[in-house]
Write a protein that binds this ligand. Sequence first.
Ligand code: SF4
Length: 509
Amino acid sequence: MELDIELQPSDLVGCRYRAVQRHLFADRAPTEATVRRIERAEAGKARVLALLPDGPRPWDPPRFHRVHVDGAGDEAEFGTLEALAAQATIITGAVFTGVSGGRRWRSTPDVLIRDTEGRYLPVIVSNHRIARPEEGRRQRVIATSRLGLGTPSTAGYRLRHHAVDGYRLGLAARALAEFGLDSGRGAAIGQDRELAFLVDTGHYQAALSTALAAPLPDRPRRLKECGECRFWFDCGPRLTAADDISLLFPGDRGEPYRQRGIGTVAELIDADLGEPSALAAAWRERIPVLRRVGRVTARRFDVEIDIDVEAYLDQGAYLWGTYDGRDYRPFVTWGGLGTTAEADTFAEFWAWLNSVRDDARARGLGFAAFCYARHGENHWLSTSARRFAGHVSPAGHRVPPEAEISAFISSDEWVDVFAAVRSQLVGPRGLGLKTVAPQAGFTWAEADLDGEASVDLYRIAAGHTDAAPDEVIEARDRLLSYNGDDCRATSVVRAWLAAGAPGTPPLMG
Ligand code: SF4
């Protein structure tokens, strides 16, 4: 018989077995990465709560009542009902529980806002990028500081869908509907804490019902999120003992094989299916990278610059790292993102890159700049040019127009090393820089730092925490070391590819 477990919106995306494990191992402490993520979420929520209005301005209607619900469990639920009954304008800390299709659930919207008709909009605070500016779009928005007081306006944004955010809003709307207080609308506040994006919560109800009704699994299946999950101590050994195919192909990637009756790595090796079976054998033998081609190659240039950008969430790019084969040159700011400090840094970086390119051209030398998986670099090149258009740094360097960046991105002088790797190599654990560079003999000084940990470190480095001055300096040094090594690793991988990726066995026999 299935366990009677109270579900939260986060249980409805990603690993569904986590809810079962939470029930079985309720006392298991969260991992360090989870603690950091919770801290970031709490910091975002605290910022929003500070921005919410405390009372009306002289020109607003005088009736305004903001309530925070304290406590937990039944007490918090009761406090929520009292605040609703008191017709509070803004309610924070609300808690609802309910049952849908026989499944118990809990909803904790960050904020409830009473509308002019006496119904409520749930508001959630998310650390996702929930919207991007886009000309021609008409999205309803309202300043966080005017929630409960002002009326929304329209602005040019395109919303991005994140299932868990939709479930949070949908579940809160469902809870409000039980009291006849659902407005049919909700709002999401993303990394820009000052702006709330209005949505129709009815859009989420069908998917929410389906997700709530889905049965809970009776065993684990490896997913990307297992790496940071507190229950891996139990799931990992069970998956290994079962030789489960998700160890090789996490999530739904193993589904095509399961449908053919192949559920273990051994069965996939024996099935002799070509590349998947060869990958399974490589995984078993702990071979990280294989050659798809007879001879691996990479184009070399006279002047080569490896580039890696570091950004903090969606708020800005604080570090443009460059490596010319000899020196690492970082263009960095620890000042406020989105301010002139970031604009100056970007202008200096772009001026330096152009000077190197112009110098190479003037001397008749070939030039190229490289990165590993260019999605992030392209995003921040374009975004920085757009955000800081026309800005001139104190040194007299100009932020380029976006058209200049677009021309560079689409030119032969901007090369994605990951594309060259992916077309010639394959690996059972993917082809990330951290997997490929060690094959070329490179190791990071900051071996334990990854993208998520660097986000936490940036908060210390930029003075967003109450860390001591020497901790701030250490955080800055570690981020520079990490970024410098990413640049150097890209350079080393290129040289290794150009040498034919020595030591890499062929994919097939
Ligand atoms: S370790 Fe993986 S499979 Fe197990 S509960 Fe966590 S995310 Fe789910």
